[in-house]
Structures are given as C-alpha cells and as structure tokens.
Design a protein around this ligand. Structure first.
Ligand SMILES: Nc1ncnc2c1ncn2[C@@H]1O[C@H](COP(=O)(O)OP(=O)(O)OP(=O)(O)O)[C@@H](O)[C@H]1O
Ligand SMILES: [Mg+2]
Ligand SMILES: [Mg+2]
Length: 541
C-alpha cells in the first residue's frame, strides 16, 4: 500500500477574495496557458477499455484493461478516433498538422501512474502553430482584435486518480485507474495574454470550440478540461500555477499571483523570481510546490512500442472536407442580414452552455434557421426578422424550460413550418402578442399533459375561435371609453393625473395602457388605449 504525505499545507498567506486587483502598466502581465482536454472517444487511447464520460464517478477500476493497469507484457495500440479528434481541433485552430508525429515516454513515479511513465508527444508533437482570435465585438476584450497564438498541440494519456484516506493516523492512498489512459490533448499557447479578460475569453472560446466539434464535454468541473496558467511580470521568470478547478479559481489565482509578484518586485525582493517555479492554488492563495532545483527530470525518450503517426496528405485534406462551420463564422452570419441577431441571442444559438438540458445549441440553431426560412416564404418584408428571434429564443424556449419539455419533443407538434404559421398570425395581427403567449403556452401545456404522446399538430384557427383570442380590429368605442374610464377611476388620483397631463411623469401613461391590456386580455391594441387615454385626459404632449 502506498503511503504519501500531503502535497502542501493550506494557506500560509492570507488573501482577501474580493480585494480588487489593479493591473499596472509598469508591471506588465504576461500569461501562457497549458490546457488538457479529455477526448470523448468511445475507447481509451491505447486500449479497448470504454472511455466513460464520468470515469471518476463510476465504480473504481471498472473501466480498465490489462494495459491500463500496466500489467507487464501488455502493449499499446493507438486509437485512431483520438487522432481524428486531434486533427479536427488542429484544423479548427488553423494549426499545422505534422504529417509525422511521435509518442514519447515522460517518466515519473506516482501511484496513479503504474507504468512509471506517461505517453505523450514531446519531441514531435501532433501539430504546431495556429491561433484563436479574440475580439471586442464577439468576446468583450478591451482590444479591437487580438490573436492568441498556439505553440503546439500534443496527444497524450491521462493518469489514474489517487484518493487519500486516513487509516491509523497514516494517509492511505487508494488508486482508481478508470481515468488511466483516457486520451488527452494538451494545447500549449504562447505567452500572449496581457490581461485577465483575454484569459477568460480564451477559455470560454476554446471550451465552446471543443464542444462544437463534439470532441470533448469541455467541462472544467469534472476535470474534462484542466487549465494550468503560466504567469510572469516584466522580464522575470515564469511561475506555473496548478490545481485550478474552475474559471473563478483561474481568475483568482492570476490576481493573487500578480499581486504577490508585484509586492516582491516593488520591495526589491526579486531573488525568488529569477528562476521558474511551480505553485498550487489552495482556494485562497498560491503556495510553492517545486522550484527549478527540484524540477523533475522526466527522462523523455521515444516510446519504442509505438510507431510514428504517419499521415498521408489526403487524410488531412479529407478531414478538412468534413469540418463543420466554426463558431465565429456562425456568430457573424447570425448577426448580419437577414437575421440581425444581437450578440446575446447569437451566442444562445452558437454556444453550448451545458446548463440547459432542454435543448442543445445546434438543434436550436437549426430549428431557428428553418423556421426563419419558412416564415420568410410566408411574409415578404424583412422588417419582421425580429419575430422568429423573439418568439423562438425568448417565448418558446422560456415555455420549454418552464414546462420541462425537450425541444426534440416539442418540435414534433411545432415543426418549423407550423411555427412559421404561428408567427404569420402574429405578423398579420390576427392575434395580439399577449394572446399569442397564452396560446403557445396552452399548446405546450396540453402536450405535456399528454406526456408528450399526443402528436397532433395544433389547429390555430380553431383554437383562436375556441378561446376568443382574435385581436379586435374595430374596437367598440363605447366599450373602450368605458374601460378607460374605469381604469382612471380605480388607479389614479389628482396628483397622478396632474403629473401625467403636465408631462412631468409621462411613464404613467404606460402604466394605464398596461392596465387596459390586462383588462382586455391583450385583444385591444396598445395604440387604441393610448389614443383613448390621451383624449379623455386631454393630454397634449
Ligand atoms: N515568460 C513567460 N511568462 C509567462 N508564461 C510563459 C513565459 N514563457 C513561457 N510561458 C508559458 O509557459 C508554458 C510552457 O508550457 P510547456 O508545456 O511548453 O512547458 P512546461 O510547462 O515546462 O512543461 P509541462 O507540460 O511538463 O508542464 C506555455 O504556456 C508558455 O506560453
Ligand atoms: Mg505543458
Ligand atoms: Mg507546464
């Protein structure tokens, strides 16, 4: 049984979490990232074991083969699906895929690494170069545009996981090898980041990219994506920060480490910043794990059991041919004519937040585009582009979330062509927006009550008649005057009317119109109410 002591003691330095960090130009921040991403291939990198989506939650050591536990005599066999995934990512990043790359052994001893080495690509990585572009418009960084360049991209295997338990006051290490030999890509950026906004935007963008390509869940919380930060100030040596489980840890660790180094530099105590060191994040501070003198000598050597990855040029061009449209291009398309979506709405259709299990962004985008197309066939003008956006992204999705109906099911009774019909009724003002909301919710609620089994397509004209939802075109003026008078009596006093009529509080008119909409259940248009209230109260503005 392995006995290991704790890696480091907790917070020796106090850190106030909310303390605001000032980034000063005389202390120029420089950051580079190393990101490990687990690939969601069906099998592991060099064995036939299942590559579980939740290796650390499953029964320990249930996804293991003889190779994964390093039984002597077992040999690796490369999983080409991992190579395909690496190629997709490289092409999306505009990296140069090396036609020949090679696996190396990185030696170190640890309980959850029974081979005694990790197979990685040290000397001849899978791809080099490439970039992710960040922009003010799409990513909210301060600069108009900034490229973060990629140094290299390598394929490697993940390690197992150690669990520490206390037995007889000693720390006992239990080893779970479910994660051992899960394929990883290590992406290494150049130290191009000069502020925190860029780091945050890059992580988000990269995470979305791997989800978009369907090569990884990209989740930081489960460890499917793990980020190490390298940071330096001015020309001092880099410090590598590890143990950063989520975005807030990454951001807080950078802030803390920046302040720590600025503190040392401003006091002239720079000896510790002359050589690179590795530090861990405790949740509130960074603490030293190892310095240059104690750097592990990994004794890298080419793996004699694994041949080169030798890619024919037509393989690379073939994969280029099956690449999907990339997120930035999709965003730009959605924000231009004819769709003209806001940044926020375009992101809803492009970024997979993984927080909403009622739809995935691709299915939603396809639904939106098809509905938009059908709707354009029914109405001529493009002035109505906002209708599909508002009604799909806001109303429809809101209802699906409220009623917990997956989009895939709702689509069966409201396919794009039917949703377009519904939008046409709104566009023609056959029903008011308020009535439409009620109608849409009613349709979905009834569907839910049938346990999503009744797949009949809604008959809009019949429903509108049944629930008397027809917008009233020729409002009975006596009825309207009566309604407005009632509202004035019930909801206003002298001061209210004085301030409204004088124009001191114009918003009060909106309040009265709102009451009118509520009383008429949205069947009388707001403009009719506005006209009538102005007439009764003699409002001149
Ligand atoms: N002066 C610097 N300031 C900040 N970051 C730097 C600086 N120089 C290099 N870096 C960053 O350090 C990282 C180096 O990563 P790389 O994987 O090449 O080596 P490593 O950290 O020594 O190896 P390992 O993979 O074993 O951790 C890169 O992200 C790079 O951008
Ligand atoms: Mg590295
Ligand atoms: Mg490193």
């Amino acid at each position: 049984m392995l006995r290991l002591s704790r890696c480091y003691s907790l917070a020796s330095i106090k850190f106030v979490q909310n303390q605001s960090t000032v980034f000063r130009p005389e202390y120029a921040l420089k950051c580079g990232l190393e990101i490990h991403t687990q690939l969601k291939t069906r099998n592991k990198l060099f064995s036939q074991s299942t590559n579980s989506a939740t290796p650390l939650l499953d029964t320990p050591n249930s996804h293991t083969s003889f190779y994964d536990i390093a039984l002597p005599g077992t040999q690796p066999e490369l999983n080409w699906e991992a190579v395909l995934f690496a190629m997709k990512l490289s092409l999306a990043l505009d990296s140069q895929v090396n036609t020949i790359s090679q696996f190396d052994r990185k030696h170190y001893f640890y309980g959850d690494q029974p081979q005694g080495y990790q197979v990685t690509q040290h000397y001849r990585p899978f791809a080099r170069g490439g970039k992710i572009n960040l922009s003010k418009e799409l990513d909210g960084i301060d600069e108009l545009s900034k490229d973060i360049s990629i140094l290299q991209l390598q394929i490697e295997q993940d390690t197992g996981k150690s669990h520490y338990t206390n037995a007889d006051k000693d720390v006992v290490t239990l080893v779970d090898l479910n994660r051992s030999n899960v394929p990883l890509i290590e992406l290494v950026t150049n130290p191009d980041f000069s502020d925190i906004k860029q780091v945050r935007a890059f992580i988000k963008k990269y995470q979305n990219l791997v989800r978009h390509l369907h090569i990884s869940s990209g989740d930081l919380e489960t460890g499917a994506m793990r980020v190490d930060v390298n940071l330096s100030i001015n020309e001092f040596a880099r410090v590598e920060l590890k143990n950063l489980p989520n975005t807030s840890s990454i951001i807080n660790a950078i802030k803390y480490e920046y302040q720590r180094q600025v503190g040392l530099i401003s006091k002239g105590e720079t000896s510790s910043l002359m050589e690179s060191e590795t530090r861990g994040w405790t949740g509130s501070s960074t603490v030293k794990l190892r310095s240059k003198e104690t750097t592990i000598d990994y004794r890298y050597m080419p793996d004699p059991e694994l041949p080169y990855i030798n890619l024919a040029a037509d393989v690379i061009s073939g994969v280029k041919g099956i690449m999907p449209q990339l997120p930035d291009d999709i965003m730009k398309m959605l924000m231009q004519k004819p769709f003209e979506l806001s940044l926020k709405d375009a992101k809803i259709l492009t970024y997979n937040s993984n927080q909403n299990d009622m739809y995935d962004h691709e299915a939603l985008r396809s639904y939106y585009l098809k509905t938009f197309h059908e709707f354009s066939k029914l109405v001529d003008e493009h002035s109505s582009a906002k209708l599909p956006t508002n009604w799909i992204i806001h109303e429809f999705l809101g209802d699906l979330n409220k009623l917990r109906i997956p989009l895939s099911k709702a689509q069966k009774i409201l396919p794009p062509v039917v949703f377009a019909e519904f939008l046409k009724l709104l566009h023609a003002e056959t029903i008011s927006p308020t009535s439409s909301k009620l109608l849409l919710f009613h349709i979905l609620e009834t569907f839910k009550q049938s346990k999503c089994q009744d797949l009949s397509i809604p008959d809009f004209p019949r429903l509108i008649k049944e629930f008397e939802l027809h917008a009233i075109d020729n409002v009975d003026s006596q009825e309207l005057i009566g309604l407005c008078n009632d509202i004035i009596v019930e909801h206003t006093d002298d001061a209210f009317v004085r301030n409204l009529v004088s124009g001191k509080k114009k918003t009060s008119l909106k309040f009265l119109i709102g009451q009118g909409m509520r009383r008429s259940q949205g069947r009388i248009k707001p403009s009719e109410f506005e006209k009538q209230f102005k007439e009764i109260l003699n409002i001149q503005w």
